[in-house]
Design a protein around this ligand. Sequence first.
Ligand SMILES: CCCCCCCC(=O)SCCNC(=O)CCNC(=O)[C@H](O)C(C)(C)COP(=O)(O)OP(=O)(O)OC[C@H]1O[C@@H](n2cnc3c(N)ncnc32)[C@H](O)[C@@H]1OP(=O)(O)O
Length: 223
Amino acid sequence: MPRCARRHGLPVGKGSRDKVCGVSAATTPPSPGRQGLAPPPDAAAPVRHPDAPAPGEPLGSHYDGCFGCGTGQPHGLHMAITAGEGVCVTAEFTVRPEHQGAPGLAHGGVLAAALDETLGSLSWMLRVIAVTGRLESDFVRPVPVGTTLHLTARCTGVAGRKIHSTAEGRIGGPDGPLAVRADALFIKVELDHFTRNGRAEEIKAALADPDQVKVARAFEVNP
Ligand SMILES: CCCCCCCC(=O)SCCNC(=O)CCNC(=O)[C@H](O)C(C)(C)COP(=O)(O)OP(=O)(O)OC[C@H]1O[C@@H](n2cnc3c(N)ncnc32)[C@H](O)[C@@H]1OP(=O)(O)O
């Protein structure tokens, strides 16, 4: 029996193989339909929304407190994300000491967050509200503190509520060595996803903001 199962008083024997420390054991097969990140053959090609920000336009922060892009988040990634051509975005993230895992190197979870934020920003180009359902990352080479990671993301297909996308991050410049990459599945949701599950009063206050550009940018797309 795993030590952590014993510590948490989980049932031993057959049942303890299913969940250890509350996490499904690796032997549990994913449910059907939740396996692939590549778009299915009948997925629609992504369509850039006519009101999407112009290529080269900075997207700004969708929420000041966002760990990925919020300027009011002291330990956040402070990512700068820019609209690209089609349904693509580019982003830059400079690794700071507070993002370390090993001495002098970025933490993998932080790099995954940078990929997630970049992929999530494709919502601006589609003008939908969507949240990450699944994110699969490859860490190809270590990313030292002080490095600026240049990320790109593009939507690869849309199937109903499911948005398939892919991203990569390169060290030092858009053509630098590949450091990280990810495939993701975002799921379209309604605004009430955030009011039901998050802080409804903050969202309602933001929707009442007299700055209509901010309202449209921040909350029609994704709080
Ligand atoms: C500009 C903004 C930038 C923001 C960048 C950061 C983005 C984020 O980090 S968002 C935060 C992290 N994500 C979350 O908190 C999401 C938490 N999860 C949820 O709320 C729900 O599971 C949610 C909304 C994703 C799906 O639930 P629900 O709406 O009930 O949909 P559900 O009916 O289960 O699934 C819809 C479809 O998606 C598929 N699906 C749902 N989850 C997954 C998954 N994890 N993997 C694969 N497929 C999935 C289902 O199989 C189903 O497919 P089909 O239509 O073919 O049957």
